[in-house]
Design a protein around this ligand. Structure first.
Ligand code: MOS
Length: 731
């Protein structure tokens, strides 16, 4: 074999394109004769539009059209069950009726020759409403049960009552918005009844299917292009109303239309981490062995769709416990629909669970790592299956050593640095290993290089690079000889670029496509009379350095270029699909990690700073350690935001997000972060997928918030159970 590329810290193959500006993002795909669209959003949180006065707006310079429910065509909105569409509910049908379901809902769109003119026109549209007060608090909403909302083994409530030691507490997490650097944007262009969308998307084939359904078109009439994404964290997994509006506006005015959301609009209709309220009850003996675990949680959703996430799914498998009960409810509010946000569900659920574990450790006077070790299960007791691999204890050991945990004085408030209170906290991270059907195409070119294509996205983890490594190894080429393309709906289909499943799913498909093209090359070179390898059994051919050669006599060999030339010089091409087998029925498959955090708390001002953090992860094979490290510390930054800063605050009178700007919605900046480190424990998992990977994107945020909250407790003796932890909680 050639020198393996997998496992090497290859720099990003698209790094140069990104830093030179050559990488094009959705809003940069300007089209000839393009017009600009700006959305007019509702200024009430519930009710109906009683009138739209467009007279002044329509007279402004450069205005081409003002489109509202009064003059928009009725769209077919064919039924469409996307991969991650809410299990039940209906899509928001934009500009189809006068109903206002949430603050910031699109009620009109202004189209003009320039962006400034479109913005001006949007401001001049006068909308009259009949308004009611929206329901915006999960505490006062009537909840509904999603399917498979509850689980139980043993009798957790009875066991809790009998337990010698009990923790029973409630936890709250604020609504958060993803706030990636790149705003959502779509450039839409029609050619007859064919539509091209240059659009920010983590799932281009779903956007294709969704928009085809909205407009009643065959899917092949819609093409979605998204080669680069400037961060997404889940907000671009599904299709939001602005994509429909861009396509609708382009069709109305008969020209290509560009629509870019403002930062404020990013808080209205592009999803958010749902606000949650949770209860954890733990029962244990004096040695810390769990006898009861109850996890109840409620998350917000919209009235028109049910958004379900994995809020309470970790409790049944994370620790050994004979009596476990979970309960999950949704609170429908007069709000837009939430969506997955980095570490979705697990990150929120584990905040409650891992804080409660820390509370139990304090109550018992047991080191928090030792407490987890005492409850380490031999199998997944929820599914009653073995783990495909589980390195939680190894993660705690490796992370503790790197962090220096043995120097921790367990007494709260006991560690100081000058006048600063110092706290050390830890928590478990975990995330399931997902894999969904995916396809890819590979092509050997006349010059001996390869092209590989798949519809996947790259929102930042380095998909371009890691997939190049997978293809290079499968074909015996160096990464520089592979040209990998993604982000087009006319490439072979892939699952959503989310749920940490891209490498497991798409990587496996690319591996399969490359082996299929290799088979063709071997077939050609062993059956052609002109070949040095004619008549050789396929099994005795090996691939290295862009050549096929006889294993026992390397002198007999042919290069890919020569093999392509044997067949008239036409590229050798193969497409392959790859899907999971029955491994999920046989094994419980999850990545695990242990997170360690040091905070400094100003005792007078209540300000918290994360000085350093260490995450140790058992995530299967690491395809590229440089990207993996970057991926993990990026997730940690998100976790710092979740723990200490991020919250979308709604005005109870009208549901308005009052801090819908980057000045008011706080995210961590360099000075908030300190030193972050990630390490990976060696893990060989033959069961998860052919590449042995578990995925990293989501787990990197999971566990960070409870580790910080536990560190804040250690520093101050204050147990804050509501995120974000604010100054006023510590004064
Ligand atoms: Mo991830 S929240 O599935 O983008």
């Amino acid at each position: 074999m050639s020198a393996m590329s997998i496992g090497q810290p290859l720099p990003r193959v698209d790094g140069r394109a990104k830093v030179t500006g050559a990488a094009r993002y959705a809003a940069e795909f300007d089209q000839p004769d393009q017009a600009y669209a700006v959305i007019v959003t509702s200024t009430v949180g519930l009710g109906r539009v009683t009138g739209i006065d467009t007279e002044e707006a329509a007279r402004l310079p450069g205005v081409i059209a003002i489109i509202s429910h009064q003059n928009a065509p009725r769209l077919p909105y064919r039924e469409h069950k996307g991969f991650i569409d809410p299990a039940s509910g209906e899509r928001l049908h934009v500009l189809q009726d006068e109903q206002v379901r949430f603050f910031g809902q699109p009620v009109a769109v202004a189209v003009a020759e320039t962006l400034d003119q479109a913005e001006h026109a949007a401001l001049a549209v006068r909308v009259a409403y009949e308004a009611r007060t929206p329901a915006t608090r999960i505490e006062s909403a009537e909840t509904v049960a999603p399917s498979e909302a509850d689980s139980a083994r043993g009798d957790a409530d009875a066991a809790l009552l009998q337990a010698p030691v009990r923790i029973d507490a409630t936890y709250g997490i604020a609504r958060e918005n993803h706030n990636p650097m790149e705003p959502h944007a779509t450039v839409a262009a029609w050619d007859g009844d064919r539509l091209t969308l240059w659009s920010k998307s983590q799932f281009v084939v779903n956007e294709q299917a969704e928009i085809a359904a909205v407009f009643g078109l065959p899917a092949e009439n819609v093409r979605v292009v998204c080669p680069f994404i400037g961060g997404a964290f889940g907000t671009a997994l599904r299709v939001w109303p602005h994509v429909t509006l861009a396509a609708l506006a382009a069709r109305q005015v008969g020209r290509p239309v560009k629509l870019v959301l403002t930062r404020r609009q990013m808080f209205y209709t592009t999803g958010h981490r749902p606000r949650t309220a949770q209860r954890i009850a733990l029962g244990a003996d004096r040695d810390g062995r769990l006898s009861a675990l109850i996890h109840e949680g409620t998350g917000e959703t919209s009235r028109y769709e049910r958004f379900v996430e994995a809020l309470t799914t970790v409790a049944p498998y994370l620790y050994s416990c004979p009596n476990v009960r979970t309960r999950y409810r949704l609170a429908p509010l007069d709000s837009s629909t939430p969506t997955f946000m980095r570490g979705p569900g697990e990150a929120s659920g584990i905040f409650a669970l891992e804080c409660a574990l820390d509370e139990l450790a304090v109550e018992l006077g047991i080191d928090p790592i030792e407490l987890r070790r005492r409850n380490e299960p031999a199998i997944d007791e929820g599914e009653n299956r073995p783990f495909s691999s589980r390195s939680l204890v190894a993660c705690y050991e490796a992370g503790a050593a790197r962090f220096g945990w043995e120097r921790r004085d367990p007494r709260p408030g006991s560690m100081r640095d000058g006048r600063m209170l110092v706290g050390w906290g830890t928590a478990t991270a975990t995330y399931p290993v997902f894999r969904a059907p995916a396809s890819a195409r590979a092509r050997l070119m006349p010059d001996g290089t390869a092209e590989v294509e798949t519809a996947a996205s790259d929102m930042g983890p380095g998909t371009y690079t890691s997939m190049t490594q997978v293809a290079a190894d499968a074909l015996g080429l160096s990464p520089s000889q592979v040209r990998f393309q993604l982000g087009r709906s006319d490439f072979p289909p892939t699952p959503p670029h989310g749920g940490s499943m891209t490498m497991a799913s798409v990587g496996s498909a690319i591996h399969a496509a490359c082996l299929a093209v290799l088979d063709q090359a071997i077939e050609r070179t062993t059956s052609d009379d002109r070949s040095a390898l004619r008549g050789v059994p396929a099994g005795s051919v090996e691939v290295r350095d862009g050549r096929l050669s006889l294993r026992d006599d390397r002198a007999r060999s042919q290069s890919y270029a020569e093999i392509v030339a044997l067949g008239d010089g036409r590229p050798i091409e193969a497409e392959a699909s790859s899907a999971a087998g029955d491994e999920r029925q046989r094994f419980s498959m999850h990545a695990f990690g242990a997170v360690f955090v040091e905070v400094a708390v100003d005792p007078d001002l209540g300000m918290v700073r994360v000085r350093r953090a260490v995450g140790a992860y058992g995530a299967g094979r690491i395809v590229n350690p440089r990207l993996a490290h970057s991926q993990c510390i990026g997730g940690m930054v998100g976790g710092i935001g979740m723990a200490l800063m991020e919250q979308t605050a709604l005005d109870a009178r009208d549901g308005r997000p009052v801090n819908a700007s980057m000045a008011d919605y706080l995210v961590p900046v360099n000075l908030d972060i300190g030193t972050l480190d990630a390490l990976f424990v060696e893990e060989h998992d033959p069961h998860v997928n052919p590449l042995g990977v578990k995925g990293l994107g989501e787990i990197a945020l999971v566990g960070m918030a409870p580790a910080i909250a536990n560190a804040v407790f250690h520093a101050t003796g204050r147990r804050v159970r509501d995120l974000p932890i604010r100054i006023e909680n510590l004064l």
